[in-house]
Design a protein around this ligand. Structure first.
Ligand code: HEC
Ligand code: HEC
Ligand code: HEC
Length: 440
């Protein structure tokens, strides 16, 4: 009689001990893991900050410091090891306050710039521990790749012509200053870029001298337009204003757009392909091979003879008097550049002679993507592209998610709980089993 009861108590004690051990072990494991979990979420925050910083860099800094922080001309690189090890405070100060008497503007709101202290700290993070390849892709995808070098030489023959205009020397001088300081943002021939408005524009010519002088002298708070009172004399600023007001007299092509290939990324080519399928293939053929309605684009002669810039201009302005529409009023500059990048990648495999197609059919791999989206209504192309991108991302994360989602700690607690439950059930059965036997 005594022996089974003792046994039951022994089992109960053992089970209690086991359960306590499991709980202690589980909790201990969880606590040991807590610092790791905090570190993980800190890494995540850092990732978000670096991601923000890449966009800030694209919007504010790439025009001077280059696509991937490599520097342009005399403007220093930011992707260098000296800056990576520079004291955090010094780097912050450089960006916040700028460098006096250089083209490096002050960026903090306190100093009239466009960035909050938090945004500046994100940029410091990018310079000290960011990924410049990813930054390059961001700049290109946002259509903010600097295509005009920071300093451009004016065409000498046209510059000489300007001297014949009334007060021509002032204009000549202003064009030289513009070429050295303003062209990267305000564009070739003053026609504007993705980051700054055209200055060679009837609407700007209508502005008063006072208004324009104020903008150039003090800048436009909270934008990329810095004040130039440090770098230019009052006279030089006055000459800039007369250039802005008299730009219609200046011969076109005096500050030519350079013929540089438009940089691409995987995303920009995919976007270009989708836009081409939705807007161009019905006339130019799904593979750019031409149709009875429009000439081939996917053909050696056209691609070797036509620069990226020329294609961009044709697409932006259309071909007047033909069926080729103007696209500049329907697409952004970066969308048109994405299409140009897509067309350009045909060059490697383009046939010598175009064989205009009537139907679609087969073709190289990129076409399969296109034909899927050919039916997309034109208005929704961008949404489609983004939707596809997200879809891919989700598919990828789902692939890895099922095993990543199973948390070690949850597994442990589950196992612990189950083993306790089994032990108790087992012990319960055993004591039930024994008692009736005793009574028999
Ligand atoms: C209008 C052109 C321009 C823009 C836009 C610009 N910078 Fe600069 N930056 C310069 C120039 C010029 C210098 C070199 C100043 C000097 O000679 O000390 C410089 C220097 C720097 C330096 C110091 C580099 C070194 O080696 O000491 C840092 C850091 C920097 N810039 C960061 C930025 C960041 C971040 C942005 C965007 C928020 C930015 N810059 C936007 C022109 C620019
Ligand atoms: C780093 C890029 C950048 C540089 C370099 C730059 N600008 Fe600007 N500029 C801008 C931006 C952006 C604006 C628009 C500001 C706004 O929206 O208020 C602007 C606006 C202006 C305006 C006002 C236009 C209007 O419609 O009222 C004038 C004038 C001007 N800039 C002249 C110049 C001159 C002259 C230089 C060279 C000495 C120069 N800018 C250099 C970015 C730049
Ligand atoms: C409605 C039909 C139509 C559509 C849609 C169309 N094009 Fe065209 N495109 C033409 C025609 C017609 C020409 C020939 C114009 C000419 O005779 O010079 C042309 C010419 C061109 C050229 C110059 C070819 C050369 O050999 O000089 C380019 C580049 C071009 N188109 C790109 C595009 C792109 C990119 C799109 C889509 C965004 C597009 N086109 C949409 C009809 C079209």
């Amino acid at each position: 009689m005594n022996i089974p009861q003792d046994r039951t108590r022994l089992f109960e004690t053992l089970a209690g001990l086991l359960a306590t051990q499991l709980i202690v072990f589980g909790l201990g494991y969880y606590m040991l893991n807590e610092p790791m979990r905090i570190a993980e979420s800190q890494t995540q925050i850092l990732q978000i900050q670096l991601d923000d910083a890449m966009t800030l860099y694209a919007q504010n800094c790439s025009v001077c410091h280059g696509l991937a922080g490599e520097g342009i001309g005399a403007i220093p690189a930011l992707n260098n090891s000296a800056l990576q090890t520079m004291a955090y405070e010094d780097l912050t100060k450089t960006i916040a306050r700028g460098r006096f008497n250089t083209a490096m503007p002050a960026w903090s709101k306190e100093d009239g710039g466009a960035l909050s202290d938090y945004q500046i700290s994100e940029l410091v993070g990018l310079i000290q521990s960011g990924d410049w390849n990813a930054t390059r892709d961001r700049v290109v995808n946002l259509g903010l790749a600097p295509l005009v070098p920071f300093v451009t030489d004016p065409d000498p023959a046209l510059l000489a012509e300007v001297a014949n205009l009334p007060d021509g020397l002032t204009l000549q001088n202003a064009i030289t200053i513009y070429a050295a300081n303003c062209v990267a943002c305000h564009g070739a021939d003053g026609l504007g870029t993705g980051i700054a408005p055209a200055l060679n524009d009837p609407l700007v010519r209508e502005k008063t001298t006072d208004e324009l002088t104020r903008t150039v002298t003090f800048g436009s708070a909270g934008t990329l337009m810095a004040g130039w009172s440090n770098a230019l004399t009052t006279q030089e600023i006055a000459s800039m204003i007369s250039l802005v007001q008299r730009w219609d007299e200046v011969p076109a092509g005096i500050l030519p757009a350079p013929n540089v290939p438009i940089p691409t990324t995987e995303e920009s080519i995919a976007l270009g392909g989708d836009l081409f399928a939705a807007n161009c293939s019905r006339c130019h053929g799904p593979e750019g091979q031409g149709t009875p309605r429009a000439p081939a684009l996917n053909v050696k002669l056209f691609l070797t003879d036509t620069s990226d810039l020329a294609i961009q201009q044709i697409v932006t302005n259309g071909v007047p008097g033909t069926a080729m529409p103007v696209w500049g009023d329907r697409m952004t500059e970066s969308e048109i550049q994405a299409i140009v990048g897509f067309i350009r990648q045909w060059e490697a495999t383009a046939p010598e002679v175009a064989v205009p197609a009537k139907g679609g059919g087969g073709g190289p791999p990129w076409m399969r993507n296109n034909t899927q989206t050919t039916t997309t209504p034109s208005g929704g192309q961008q949404g489609t592209v983004q939707g596809q991108g997200q879809g891919q991302g989700q598919a990828q994360s789902q692939q890895t998610a099922w095993w990543q989602a199973i948390d070690w700690r949850i597994l442990l607690l589950l196992t612990g709980g189950l083993s306790i439950a089994f032990t108790l059930i087992f012990l319960g059965f055993e004591s039930l089993h024994r008692r009736p036997r005793k009574r028999e």
